[in-house]
Structure formats: C-alpha cells, structure tokens
Design a protein around this ligand. Structure first.
Ligand SMILES: NC(=O)c1ccc[n+]([C@@H]2O[C@H](COP(=O)([O-])OP(=O)(O)OC[C@H]3O[C@@H](n4cnc5c(N)ncnc54)[C@H](OP(=O)(O)O)[C@@H]3O)[C@@H](O)[C@H]2O)c1
Length: 296
C-alpha cells in the first residue's frame, strides 16, 4: 500500500515515518518543506521528496504521478502566535494547501487522513467528544477547522484525527515541545513560568503515530479524538517532568495564563474523551509518567 506523508520533518511526521517503515505493508513517500531532516536510517524503506504544499500545481502533479492509496496530512503552521501575526501565511498553509491536497486526492481516489487539534474548541467545556461543536478562539484553531471542513466536504474516504499537546523525543533539531522545554531549562538551572489554569490531555507522540496506524489498519472513517487519557495542566506536567528527572522543582513558577502577553488566545480547558478511539480502534495511550519514562 502506498502512503504519502506531509510534514515528515515535523515532530509527528518523524515518528510516523519511523513507525510505518517498520511494516513491510507500506511503501512510504515522506514529504516536507525543503531538504529532509529525517534521521531514520532506513532510506531503502522510504523515499523523501521536497514538496511545498502551498504550491497547488506542484501538489497536483506530484500526487497524480505518485498515486498514493493513503495521504496522511500532518504539515501545518502549528505555532499559535505565528498564525495570529501572519494570518495570510497561516490560511495559505493550513487551509488552502489542505484544499490542494484534498482536490488531488479526490482525482486519484486516495483515502485522506487529516491531523487536527483540540484548538478547534473554545475550552469552555472540555474534555471534548468528537460530536461537540467546535468554536475556535484563535486564528490557528480557525484555520484547522477550515481545513477540517474542506476534508469533510470532499468526495473521498476521510478520517480526521484530532490530538492534544503532543510531547516526545525530538529526533532532529526542531522546535521544543512541552517536556523538552522543561528539561532544557531546568537542566541549565533556568527558572520557568508555567500555567496552571489550562487543562489538556497530553499526548505521547509514539501513541499518536500508533493511533494513526490503527486508523489505517481498521479502515476507520470519520472523526477520532486521539490523545492521552489524563487531564492535567502544563504546570502539573512540568512538575512531573522535574520529578522524573530529579531536577529542581523550585525553578518552576506556577502562574495564570493572563500574565503572558500572547498574540493568540489559548482555550482554557480542552482535553479529549477518547472512548471512541479506545472502543473502535483498540487505542490505549500511555499515562504521562509512562510517556516520560519512554521519552527520557
Ligand atoms: N504538536 C502539538 O502539540 C499538536 C497538537 C494538536 C494538533 N497538532 C497537529 O498535528 C500536526 C503535526 O504537528 P507537529 O507538532 O508534528 O508539527 P511541527 O513539528 O510544527 O511540524 C509541522 C511540519 O509542517 C511543515 N510545513 C509547514 N509549512 C509547509 C509547507 N508549505 N509545505 C510543506 N510542509 C510544510 C513544517 O516544515 P518546516 O519544519 O520545514 O517548516 C513542519 O515540519 C499538525 O497538523 C498540528 O496542527 C499538533
């Protein structure tokens, strides 16, 4: 089965390629912006191709030529404040490019798996189930919801996997995630301010990759919430990380989100109810402590 992955240089993309090449069932084409930053040492098991998803002509030509059976679309502008500051760039990458990919997938009848976010919700009534009504509070969330709508309206087999605050090993130089940020700062003796008035169900990146594989194997369609199963604040995550690594917890200052002057508003209480993924896919995430142990 031919699988095309967008955003292969990203946190999820790297781990997804690593997982999928373990199986001989899949012939992987990993794509990303610019040169490959993949570190997985199995170049005979996948090919990397540079593909700027905002170039509609390139997307159409490439997908028509490669004719994948499945497209897993992880690429996006994922920084909330960047989306707020440059909404045109955000919309072009997160929505218009998704439409290019969906249109090309329709032409060849590929299945489309789209990775979305808890930030499509307003954070007033989390944790959320799949049928809850989205109401994003920032531009990033609006763009991801706009992309979801394009996928849902497409004339193809689709699955939208929403996830929450992903953490895990950075396989190559990349932006920090919550756990690596805490580790980097505390191990250098630097103090950090971490919010305690937001709640999430943090997701171990390898669990997310496995959840995507389950969607492929079970031929699942529709929307699935795939995340960790524990509702916790970033402050609690930071404390657990410091404790696990025997780093100085006194360097962690508990703060409210209101003290930060951020361009994009963050939803207060998101997190997911993951019963559908558990029951229909057999998804079973690690606890946060187990995720830390595997990661660190
Ligand atoms: N990480 C989280 O906490 C989280 C939470 C909820 C949902 N999600 C969703 O999960 C997905 C994966 O997230 P992630 O953390 O792996 O993101 P990431 O590490 O930021 O990776 C996203 C990738 O998209 C690529 N990209 C951006 N613009 C592109 C373009 N024009 N053409 C081709 N590739 C482009 C980036 O390439 P460059 O590196 O070259 O710029 C980057 O490698 C995203 O769709 C995100 O919205 C993530």
């Amino acid at each position: 089965m031919k699988v095309l992955i967008t955003g292969a240089n990203g946190l999820l993309g790297q781990h997804l390629v690593k997982l999928l090449i373990e199986s001989t069932d899949y012939k992987i084409t990993a794509t990303g912006k610019g040169v490959s930053r993949l570190t997985v040492d199995s170049s005979n098991r996948y090919k990397y191709v540079s593909l700027d998803i905002t170039d509609g002509v390139e997307v159409n030509t490439f997908i028509a030529q490669n004719a994948p059976d499945i497209i897993i679309h992880t690429a996006a502008i994922t920084q909330v404040d960047d989306c707020e500051k440059d909404p045109v760039h955000c919309w072009n990458t997160n929505v218009t490019a998704t439409r290019f990919l969906v249109g090309a997938a329709e032409m060849i009848g590929a299945k489309f798996i789209y990775i979305s976010t808890d930030f499509v919700f307003d954070g007033e009534a989390g944790p959320y189930i799949e049928s809850d009504i989205p109401a994003p509070v920032n531009y990033y969330g609006s763009s991801k919801l706009g992309a979801e709508k394009s996928v849902i309206e497409a004339k193809l087999s689709w699955c939208i996997i929403r996830t929450v605050l992903v953490y895990g090993n950075i396989l190559v130089e990349n932006r920090n995630n919550m756990v690596s940020w805490v580790q980097n700062n505390l191990s250098q003796g630097k103090s950090i301010q971490v919010v305690s008035d937001q709640l999430r169900t943090p997701t171990y990146v390898e669990d997310l990759a496995k959840g995507i594989l389950m969607v492929i194997q079970k031929k699942a369609i529709g929307i699935y919430h795939i995340s960790g199963d524990e509702l916790m604040s970033p402050y609690e995550m930071a404390l657990a990380t410091a404790e696990y690594l025997h780093l100085d917890k006194n360097l962690i200052e508990k703060v409210d989100a209101a003290i930060f002057k951020q361009a994009g508003k963050r939803p207060a209480k998101t997190g997911f109810v993951i019963d559908k993924a558990k029951n229909e896919l057999g998804f079973k995430p690690l606890t946060f402590k187990e995720g830390l142990k595997k990661m660190l």
